[in-house]
Design a protein around this ligand. Sequence first.
Ligand SMILES: CC(C)(COP(=O)(O)OP(=O)(O)OC[C@H]1O[C@@H](n2cnc3c(N)ncnc32)[C@H](O)[C@@H]1OP(=O)(O)O)[C@@H](O)C(=O)NCCC(=O)NCCS
Length: 141
Amino acid sequence: MSLRAAPPEDAAGLAELHAAAFDKPWSAGEIATLMATPGVFALTFDRQGFILCRAIAGESEILTVAVDPAARRGGVGRALVEAAAGLSARNGAESLFLEVARDNVAALALYAAAGFEEVGLRRRYYASGADAVVMRRALNS
Ligand SMILES: CC(C)(COP(=O)(O)OP(=O)(O)OC[C@H]1O[C@@H](n2cnc3c(N)ncnc32)[C@H](O)[C@@H]1OP(=O)(O)O)[C@@H](O)C(=O)NCCC(=O)NCCS
């Protein structure tokens, strides 16, 4: 298994992974635009999943993470989050933040297992009406 930085040319492939994971997928163009934004980096894992992060001004944020349904529960999500945490720290971030829907059991379990703690709640944040949980992991330890 191999984890690597995703170049801008990968945007279409990342959009396919995103579409397989979310009801409201981001287009290849939207992902390419994000990838060109200062501080944003993308990592992929054998085309089975990817993570997009923005590390800027001492903080980093997971913008999205998606794993192909056929590849889930194989450690891909965990590997992507750990790699993003490591790269964020090397880019000077002291904290890694994310938002996750309160009803997203798999993602909440992944983040809890990866050492994230709940630091806030955004009520009815998503179009579905679900609340967003804001989570943080310290990167200085
Ligand atoms: C959330 C997601 C990225 C997890 O990816 P994954 O590769 O299946 O996760 P991993 O195999 O690395 O799982 C790591 C740990 O997370 C937890 N976990 C993952 N999926 C779980 C599930 N369906 N139910 C319960 N716990 C789960 C477990 O603790 C797991 O460790 P274990 O397998 O040793 O028990 C994947 O389910 C996904 O793409 N979901 C749709 C997109 C999404 O919701 N992204 C997050 C938005 S905030």
